[in-house]
Ligand binder design. Structure first.
Ligand code: UTP
Length: 478
């Protein structure tokens, strides 16, 4: 067995992976074989060889212009949107509600990331982020899906993507919480793939221990392959969605508790514009704002990462002084399932991006694990937004951060995207909703509203008496 594997590895200069073979137990050898067999070494060699080829987006930046867009009704910025086909808010809401009433919308949550910046020793979805109840990120998302299911009268299929780094704990946690009220048969938990880290200097795949390879999740773009992968019964998540008549998949990340899952207005812009992929964006505050930029080039939309956008291009303005490249992605999308199906059959539909990282590795001489203090490795990841150029009529919808976006990325004490800033933004949004509904919220009062209680000022109005005063920590729930 060893010889067969060794010969195969030699073709790619990766025979060092068996350095410790003779000292391993039988089961350890088997673990290592399983990992080796899961790796496409020809692909790794090719990616490493092209590691210094500039990203396609760099060559696109010069031709980039602003994408076709719609404005969500809560946006107050007056810059006009660029849609060729105007759609009134009410028209969009009506169309979106119809999509939901017809039971055509499913939801996917990507929760496979390692959350290294947050430094929480569990999957990020288990982080207790709610300002009063300490509900977790998962609870927020599940309650929103449950509330939508109840409102529109169908069991929304809820797809949860995990990775080997988060899978078992996520499964146990959700089971223990009874899926926060959703039925188990409507929750589809599936695990994304991994990619090995390679040495920056040599391209050799790194060992994480004597019998295991340094593997990490293959990026949120890993979702495309993972939802099409057949399980033991020969059925994929996409097959299940098709069987249920799902035509649209709402996508969000685990870290943003403000996301409006399945907002009818957002769904309506997608449907009525004939888009196959619609993304929510926020208006950049200044040219070099650190968000991914959605742009149009030759009638197709692309995402250019902020690090790939030359400053002179970022500074270009329209005749009214507004930024030409203004649309910062917040990673909330809606996909036509047909777009996902077609592209999942094309192995190269999403390119791999390379990231230079510090990755612990086993020294082949001493067998000791080394924790590097500078970047020593390359990781390969796919990003789901790279599907944009494949989508017909892709559009963006501008949303306002106070009502849509407060991601949890960084550890306590950081000045942005930290537990403190997310809680502050949640409280501010709920207080604003209550004030709009005619209540009085005394400044700095922690307020929280369960998605099952209300998801808008209009719904709160039906449940709270005008003039009600909130002056102590309050959690409104059913
Ligand atoms: P981030 O890019 O913020 O990464 O993921 P992260 O792993 O959560 O955090 P850091 O960078 O290590 O600090 C954005 C979203 O994409 C998901 C994450 O779970 C999060 O919802 N994601 C990321 C995956 O599902 N799989 C991946 O391989 C990477």
């Amino acid at each position: 067995m060893k010889d067969i594997i060794l010969n195969n590895l030699k073709q790619y200069g990766q025979e060092h992976l068996l350095t410790f073979w003779d000292s391993l137990s039988h089961s350890e050898q088997q673990e290592l074989i399983d990992q080796i067999q899961s790796i496409d070494f020809a692909l790794i060699a090719n990616l490493y060889q092209h590691r210094n080829t500039p990203a396609e987006s760099l060559t696109l930046a010069d031709q980039a212009s602003d994408p076709p867009s719609y404005k969500f009704s809560t946006v107050t910025d007056p810059t006009p949107c660029q849609s060729q086909k105007p759609i009134a808010v009410q028209e969009a809401v009506t169309a979106g509600e119809e999509m939901l009433r017809q039971g055509k919308v499913g939801v996917i949550l990507v929760a496979g990331g390692q959350g290294t910046r947050l430094g929480f020793p569990h999957p990020k979805g288990m982080y207790p982020i709610a300002p009063v109840s300490e509900a977790t990120l998962f609870q927020f998302h599940f309650e929103k899906v449950l509330a939508t299911s109840q409102q529109y009268g169908y069991q929304i299929p809820y797809c949860i993507m995990t990775s080997p780094a988060t899978h078992h704990e996520t499964v146990d946690f959700l089971e223990q919480k009874n899926y926060f009220g959703l039925r188990k048969e409507d929750v589809f938990i599936f695990c994304q793939g991994t990619m090995p880290a390679v040495s920056l200097e040599t391209g050799q795949v790194l060992l994480n221990s004597k019998n295991s390879i340094a593997l990490s999740p293959d990026g949120h773009g890993g979702m495309l392959a993972a939802i099409a992968r057949k399980n033991g019964n020969g059925i994929s998540v996409l097959d299940c969605l098709r069987q249920r008549g799902i035509e649209y998949l709402f996508y969000n990340q685990v870290d943003n508790p403000l996301v409006r899952i399945c907002s009818p207005e957002f769904l309506g812009y997608h449907l009525l514009s004939g888009s196959e992929l619609t993304s929510q964006v926020i208006r950049k505050r200044f040219p070099t704002d650190k968000v991914g930029n959605i742009v149009e080039v030759n009638g197709r939309l692309y995402m250019i990462e902020y690090s790939d956008l030359p400053e002179e291009v970022a500074r270009k303005t329209n005749s009214d002084g507004s930024l030409k490249i203004w649309a910062g992605s917040i990673a909330v999308h809606i996909f036509n399932t047909t777009l996902l199906e077609q592209n999942s059959k094309i192995t190269t539909a999403l390119p791999f991006h390379i990231a230079r990282k510090k990755v612990p590795f086993v020294d082949l001489q001493s067998g000791e694990q080394i924790k590097p203090d500078k970047e020593n490795a390359i990781k390969f990841e796919r990003f789901i937004f790279d599907l944009l150029p494949s989508a017909k009529n892709a559009v963006v919808v501008e949303v306002d951060p106070p009502n849509h976006y407060a991601p949890l990325k960084n550890a306590t004490g950081s000045s942005s995207d930290s537990p403190e800033t997310v809680k502050r933004d949640l409280i501010a949004m709920y207080a604003d909703w209550l004030n709009k509904a005619g209540a009085v919220v005394v400044a700095d009062t922690p307020i929280e509203i369960s998605p099952l209680f209300a998801d808008s000022p209009e719904k709160i109005k039906q449940k709270i008496e005008k003039g009600t005063v909130f002056n102590k920590p309050t959690y409104l729930k059913n």
